[in-house]
Design a protein around this ligand. Sequence first.
Ligand code: UDP
Length: 466
Amino acid sequence: MEISEQNVKGEAHILCYSFAIQGHLNPILQFCKRLASKGLKVTLVSTISASSKLIKTQSCSSIDVELLDVELRDTPNNSKEGERDESQHYFEHYKTIVAPSLAAFIENQMSSNYPPKFLVYDSIIPWALDITKRFGIDGAPFFTQSWSCNTIYYQFYREKSKVNAFEDQAMVLVPSLPPLKINELPSFLNGSGTYPSIIDLCLNQFSNIEEVNWLFFSSFDKLEEGAITWMATQLPVKAIGPTIPSKYLDNRLKNDKDYGLNLFKPNTETCLKWLDSKQPASVIYVSFGSLAALEKNQMEEIAWGLKNSNIFFLWVVRESECEKLPENFSEETSEKGLVVSWCCQLEVLAHESVGCFMTHCGWNSTLEAISVGVPIVAMPQWADQPTNAKFIEDVWGVGMRARGNGEGIVKREEIEVCVREVMEGERGKEIKRNSKKWKDLAKEAVDEGGSTDKNIQEFVAKVLYM
Ligand code: UDP
């Protein structure tokens, strides 16, 4: 049965708040669309970004989008300069500015024709729950990382572990997860002591978790069965993913072919035209997401690794990263490669010419590759990415990790070996079989009667009767 976006909006209005970065907006926005397709009136709330405006497309027409007009600095990324202070000050500043503005917004909505009944909030602002209580409505967090990763943070939070607690252990044991090496933990917990304020942010997601009746996250039951089943014995967790546009999964939401809110302008036509001219499964798509800031020598190694592989490549290099490319690289490799500043990633991944995705393993990119069945070369940078890479390689078997040398730099030879193996090698064949399996399971989860579909339906039914 097809779900129409034109569903008559019910009386029940819910708000969803997202931190204004692409990796949070995309999954929360998709959740909003699913809720709207089941009859709720949904308003997505975020902030206007300091550096760029949100570009809205037709595919989010089923929901309302409201941006709080607040003065915020740029979001910290993983660049080395001033790393500690930058993020510490940023998140203190964020709360001071956003909390009153969000409260004022909700207050205003309470006296509208559609007073909201519920706030789904980005899990990195657990303080939003206090705001909802002031207005007598309920709230629940939305986690934008993998559930396995959250299980690690939760364990850390519960045990009140010191950040360097695992430093001396060869393997870290977290209930329900495979044994993890230190460098397979989220980078903030690997004992290096960098980004202390982001560690607080990750652990504080659980600070008031006993008070909520729902915890949402973008994953699906079969993908993270162990972690989800284990956590379900302690907390009301609900997997509602993969949160990617419906066209690439069940195709039940009309015109849902992209996310719909872009912080960067995509070069869609250039990419698709270029891909159209290539053979099936002949291109490596390379992207490190919206935040990663690579070392200059790492960018150079990637550039020469791609060139030496002699395989076609489409590489997203954000404007802020462009200066790190070797001089005249784009011009000199134009026969084999296309470098763009941003693209519509899902359309690219789903294109038949793409045979492999070299990624930083951000959670959305990982889920997108799994959902469309594209094999991965994993090059994690920071945060949850090393853990995602571990699962990609060893648990789901959908890719291969390109490993760094002693200084953490992935050399050109390693890159060449990995892309060749995934695209053309024996191991690649097994990876392709696994990718197909997980793609089918992702679709099954969101399709009518699947585990994700049921979880969303259950929540909507509760909100409608609140
Ligand atoms: N993305 C995109 N175009 C690009 C690169 C990335 O649309 O050229 C999207 C991608 O589809 C994903 C998001 O940006 O949904 C990045 O999120 P992810 O969690 O993978 O990484 P982050 O940017 O948060 O590090």
